[in-house]
Every structure is written in C-alpha cells, then in structure tokens.
Design a protein around this ligand. Sequence first.
Ligand code: ARG
Length: 582
Amino acid sequence: MADPIFALGQRFEAALAAALGAEHAKTDPALRRSVHADYQANVAMALGKRLGRPPREVAQAIVDRLDVADLCTRVELAGPGFINLHLRDETLARELTDLAQDARLGVPSPTPETVVIDYSSPNVAKEMHVGHLRSTVIGDALARTLEALGHRLIRQNHLGDWGTPFGMLIEHLLDRSAESGAGEAGSDAAAAIADLDGFYREARAKFDADPAFAERSRRRVVLLQGGDEATLGLWRRLVATSTRYFSVIYRSLGITLTEQDHAGESRYNPELRGVIEELSGKGLVTESEGALCVFPPGFTGKEGQPLPLIVRKQDGGYGYATTDLAAVRYRLRDLGATRLLYVVGAPQSQHFAMVFEAARQAGWLAPPARAEHVAFGSVLGPDKKMFKTRSGETVKLAALIDEAAERATKVVTEKNPDLDPETTAAVGRAIGIGAVKYADLSSDRIKDYIFDWGRMLAFEGNTAPYLMYAHARIRSIFRKAEGEGESVGAIVVKERPERALALELLRFGTVVSEVGDTLEPHRLCGYLFDLAGAFTSFYEQCPVLKAPEAATRGSRLALCNLTARVLARGLSVLGIEAPERM
Ligand code: ARG
C-alpha cells in the first residue's frame, strides 16, 4: 500500500494497544496532512476526553510507544496534544518507487463484491434531459470507480418502458401512420417520434381533449398488459426507437452503458404477481380502499397516518413501487448482489427508503447486503432556477452535448492555433464533454448545482480543462525530453515542492477507495485539483530538463510521469478523457 497513512496507521495501532490497552488498538489515529508537518495525528484529543485524562498526557503515552524510526525523522508533541510526524525522504522515495511500478497506482483491492448500480434510467418516448444527465454521469463515474477497486459491477438501466402512458402513445403512433398513409401500422415509428418530446406532448394533448382517444388509449393499455401480440409489436417499436436514441447519447458522452444493461420496468412484468404473492404470504400486504398495500414501518404522512406502498392499484394495475420491489428481489436473489445502488434524484428518497424497508421485512434485504439511494440535487440555470432554454423549454441532452463541443473547440482554436483541424475538433469535443461531466461530478452531489458554461470551460480553477491541460503539459515535457535523449530515473525526494507533490501522489489510492465507500465523486475531483496544484508549484520551483545534474533530471521526470499517470487514471475513473496535447 503506497499511502504512508496505512503504514503509520499500523504503527499507531500497536502503540495505542501498548499505551492504553488492547481495546484501544482500533481507535482511528485521525492522521491528516498538516501545514506543521507531513501528517498530524489527532487521536489523543478525542481519546483524552473519553478517558477523562489530559490529551497531552495521552499523546505522550502514545508517542513513547510509537515505533516509527524507520519511517519518520521526527515525532513531536504540539499544542494541547497533537502528534506531528515528519517522514524520511527515503521513505517517500521508496513509496513513490513502488507506486511507479504499480499498475493500479496504489488503488487498493478490497474483498470484491457484486454491486448492482441502477443509473440513467430515462423514460421511453420522452426526451432525455439534463435531469437524466446527473444520474448518467454520476452513475457511470461510480461504476468505473467501483470497478477500479476490483468489484463486479452489474449495470441496470431501469428504463421507464411500461405503464399507462403507453396506451396513448401507441394509439397516437397508429393515428400518425394512418395520416401519413404508411403501409404497415406503426412502421414509421422512427420518423413519427423523431421529436420525442413533441410526440409525447401531442399524445397527451389528444388524451386530455378527445374522450374517444382517451377511451381507445385505456383499451390499448389493457391489450398491452394482456400480452396482445400486435400491441406488443407496436410497443417494441416505440421502445427500440427510444433506446437507439439513448445509445447515441451514451456513446457521445462516453458512458459505459450498453443495450445489455437494459432492464426496464417491463422486464419485471412476469414477476409482479409472484412478488405480491410472496409479500402476502409473509403477511405484509393489506387491502385498503380496493388497493393492495404494504405499510413499511416508520413512514407516516402529515396527520401521522401510515404511508402505503401501493403494490396493486384499485383497477388491478401495477405501478412504479411494485416494479421496484420486483427489481430489489431480482437484484439480490437472482443477480446475487450484496450492494444495491440507485442513482436517482433526491425527490425519490422516500420511495426508495420505503422500498428498502419493505425488502427488509420480506427478508430479501439482509446483511451483508445493503441498498443505498445515491441521491442528487437539481441542475439550475445561472438564474438559480431550474435549468431551461431561453424560450423556457427543458434543455435536451443532445443539444447540450453539441453546444459543449462547439464552445470548447472555439477555445482550443484560440489557445492553440497551430493544432491541425482534425485534432482541434477531437480535443474540443473531449474538453467540452469532459467539462460538462466534471462540472457535475465536482459539486457535492446532494446539492443543486448551477450550470455555467463560462465556469466549466475555464482553464483555471477546479475544472476539467485545467486538469486536462495539466496532463497535456506534462506529456509535452516528455516529448521534449525524448527529443533531448532524457528519460526517467531513480526517484529522489528532497526539495519542499517535491515532498508536497510526493505526498499528493501517494494519496490517490486512498481517495479512490473513499469514493467507493462514500459514493462521492467530488472527493476525487478535489484530489486531482490539489494534485495539479502541487505539480504546478513543483514545476515552477524545481527545474526538470534544466536541472544541472542528470540524476535530478531523471528523478524529476519520474515525478512528472507519475503525475501524468495519476491525472489520466483519475480522470478516466471519472469517465473523462485526457488528450496527449491540447
Ligand atoms: N425512470 C425514472 C425517472 O425518470 C427513474 C428510475 C430510477 N430507478 C428505479 N429503480 N426506480 O424518474
């Protein structure tokens, strides 16, 4: 393990046991980076309080038994009981040498588990909009992160591809083909719903205005649910047209979802009855006003009344909750997952909390298995209201991607007019898409974030262009070095900026592991930003190719190389490209 925090942690474990008794061995030493030393341990503050002893005395007892002479030059007590640790240059050099030889760049391999991650999950016959962007981008970054940690990931795109709206959508599709005189009914589905939102809106308007159409639509739902072949054929066309469109978006955003990951609501159709039977058999289903409900404990409405999950509606139909209960059971029982993740907006928090509780009651969700709603806030416009186009419509994802590429290409053209047009276009696209993704990932996911072209495309600050540029700049140093016959050599760490960079590089694996636990990609973004900052200071203060001694040039080139690798790997874990030149 490259991060010295691990090695120091083990020594603290031994010291804590020796100083205070075995029961204290596992106390977190609370090791942090510090301006006063390489690391500071704050463990004595909390422990002192707990034991009713002066923290400084506790700290002294720990320090007396702390055996770190091989790792540190100095260990000092400071203030009311802080322990300051100064690493040896050789320790840093040795750990960095290990890091450079590690293909995983220090990313640990915890015991692998099967993780199901439900993300993106747009609705068929509707346009994907910026709301789906967050689920798609965050979900993909988390899937990549957990894969990097060695877990087995099963992606599930829980498409909204079933339910009552399909009655009106199918009838509208039939009307449209009759109008256009197309041969086979619905054969021109692709053309009819090219404008997905328009198609949905028209169907909805007719449904509201025309009672005969509404009646036809309702009958069509019954046919669909009854498995009528002709109806299913029309439904499949609608689904296929939408999913083809979703795939185009995924590909242009560099999202790892494929058609193999589609597991829409319709997939659970054959299982719904069995789910209700099983829940009934366990005494969890109550009839209420003609509907079948599960009342998971702990959920009450405004007047204190228990809240239901409706598993079968009055009309005998099944809804969103039933499908999600079937999905939980399938993911745990059939897919064998021990961790279920749902990357869905915060407004659905209560729904998931209730579904998880019901799954616990049913005995499907039991330790070590766990389920987590990975909630996120809304995308806001610069006016801090819901992000809309100037004419007030919801922003479509496809248009957004094109605009990002266009804006970034313009920036690249200005910054680097010597680049050939093909590279400019490719790099512009990578920066534009990287900027959109990074803006989303770098903000605390539970908070709303403001969609701001100017900020996300800036080459300064915690942005994708800044990090991508830092990477490309290092790659250009290497092109120059090769031209001069220079190459990486043994790592030696001496100067302050070298030490600071070294300590950042060694943190990478710890941060990736933290993102896997907390499911907060912004921690990795913050880390990469710190790393790029440490590199900039290093590069300003420590000449690389101009260093007088060959050994120093070799060592500094090795530090440059490691930085570029960590930046590229970090960005790739987030789903962002790192071009060789910009
Ligand atoms: N289709 C839903 C929506 O757009 C999201 C589905 C999320 N996943 C789930 N298992 N319910 O709001």
